[in-house]
Ligand binder design. Structure first.
Ligand SMILES: NC(=O)c1ccc[n+]([C@@H]2O[C@H](COP(=O)([O-])OP(=O)(O)OC[C@H]3O[C@@H](n4cnc5c(N)ncnc54)[C@H](O)[C@@H]3O)[C@@H](O)[C@H]2O)c1
Length: 307
C-alpha cells in the first residue's frame, strides 16, 4: 500500500500519479468528495457513465466551492487552484493513475461489486480502494475482489465540505495498513475519524435509522404529534433538527432501506420498520425530494397558501 498521508503541493511532479484521487460517480456525494479532496490539494478525477452526467457533476463541484467562498470557508484563490486540479473521465480505465479510488455510485450491492471488479482490473495494484456506502456490508462488496484486503469503507456525510465526521469501516479481510491509510487520508482532508466494524449500518446509519423509526412509532401510536416530537428532540436533546425534519431531508425511502438492512443483518424485532414509514413511501411521500413527507414542501416560487 502506498503512502496516502497527504497531497503533494500543486507544483510537485508526483502530483499526477501519487496523489490523485479517482472518484467514481459524480452525484451528490461524489461531487462533494471531489470538491473536498481538491481543496485539500489532491489531484482529482471525477468519473461518471456519460459526458452529460460528468458535466453536471463538475458544475455541482463549482457551486459547492463557490458556496464555500461565500461562507468564508475557502478563498477564491484556493477554490480556483482546486478547480484546476480536477479533471473528468468516463469509465474506469484511468483509475490506473490514482493512488486512491473512492466509489460513490448508487447504493446497490451488485452495482458496487461490478464496479470494484472493473476497478481492480484497471487500478494500480498499490492503490487504496474505498467505498462511500452508507449501509452495505464492506465484506460483501470486497468478496468479489482477488485482493479483498485493499478495500475499506470511507463514509462521508452530506454536505461533505461542512460535515466534520468520516466513518472508516474495515471489512473482515481489510488489511490494517489499508484501514490506517484510509484514516490518514480522511484526516488529511481535515475530518475527524470514527472507526466502526463492518456491523449492519455501522455506527451512524444504525443510529439514524433507529432514531427516526422510534419517532415514527411514537407518532403511529399517538404518543404525541409530529411537531411536538420534533420539538422534544430539539429542545430536550439539543438536536439541530427534529427526527421528522431529518427524515424528510434524508428521504423516507432511504430510511426504510436502512431499517431493512438492520433487520436483515440482526433479525431483531427492534429494527422492524414502522408500518407508517413504509406506507408513506408507498404513497410517494419521500420527503423534500418528492415535495411531501412528514411535512409539505411547496415548489419554490409557489405563493404561500397555494395548493
Ligand atoms: N446522499 C447521502 O446523503 C449519502 C451520505 C453518505 C453516503 N451516501 C452513499 O454514497 C453513495 C452515492 O450516493 P449519492 O447520494 O451521491 O447518489 P447519487 O444518485 O446522487 O449519485 C450517484 C452517481 O453515480 C453515478 N453512477 C451510476 N452508475 C454508475 C457507474 N456504473 N459508474 C459510475 N457512476 C455511476 C450516477 O450517474 C450518479 O451521478 C451511495 O452508496 C450512498 O449510500 C449517500
Amino acid at each position: 500500500m502506498t503512502d496516502v498521508e497527504g497531497p503533494s503541493t500543486p507544483s510537485d511532479p508526483r502530483a499526477s500519479l501519487r496523489n490523485r484521487v479517482f472518484v467514481v460517480g459524480a452525484g451528490l456525494m461524489g461531487t462533494g468528495i471531489a470538491a473536498q479532496c481538491a481543496l485539500a490539494g489532491y489531484a482529482v478525477t471525477l468519473e461518471d457513465v456519460n459526458p452529460e452526467l460528468v458535466g453536471r457533476g463538475l458544475e455541482r463541484v463549482k457551486k459547492t466551492l463557490d458556496h464555500a467562498v461565500r461562507r468564508g470557508k475557502a478563498t477564491p484563490e484556493a477554490t480556483e487552484t482546486a478547480l484546476q486540479g480536477i479533471d473528468t473521465a468516463i469509465g474506469l480505465r484511468r483509475t490506473d493513475t490514482a493512488q486512491i479510488v473512492i466509489e460513490a455510485a448508487p447504493e446497490n450491492l451488485e452495482l458496487k461489486r461490478g464496479l470494484f471488479r472493473e476497478i481492480e482490473a484497471a487500478a494500480d495494484p498499490q492503490a487504496l480502494l474505498a467505498t462511500n456506502t452508507s449501509s452495505l456490508p464492506i465484506t460483501s462488496i470486497a468478496s468479489v475482489l482477488q485482493d479483498p484486503g485493499r478495500l475499506v469503507g470511507i463514509h462521508f456525510f452530506n454536505p461533505v465540505l461542512q460535515m466534520e465526521l468520516v466513518e472508516v469501516i474495515p471489512g473482515h479481510r481489510t488489511r490494517p495498513e489499508a484501514t490506517q491509510a484510509a484514516e490518514a487520508f480522511a484526516r488529511a482532508l481535515g475530518k475527524t475519524v470514527v472507526r466502526s466494524t463492518d456491523s449492519p449500518g455501522f455506527v451512524t446509519t444504525r443510529a439514524i435509522g433507529v432514531l427516526v423509526n422510534e419517532a415514527t412509532w411514537m407518532l403511529y401510536e399517538g404518543v404525541s404529534t409530529r411537531v411536538e416530537i420534533d420539538t422534544a428532540y430539539k429542545l430536550g436533546f439539543h438536536h439541530p433538527m427534529g427526527p421528522f425534519e431529518l427524515a424528510d431531508l434524508v428521504g423516507l425511502d432511504t430510511l426504510v432501506s436502512i431499517m431493512d438492512v438492520l433487520w436483515d443483518g440482526f433479525r431483531d424485532p427492534k429494527y422492524r420498520a414502522c408500518p407508517l414509514l413504509r406506507r408513506m413511501v408507498e404513497a410517494g411521500k419521500l420527503g423534500r425530494k418528492s415535495g411531501e413527507g412528514f411535512y409539505s414542501y411547496p415548489p419554490r416560487g409557489t405563493p404561500a397558501g397555494a395548493d
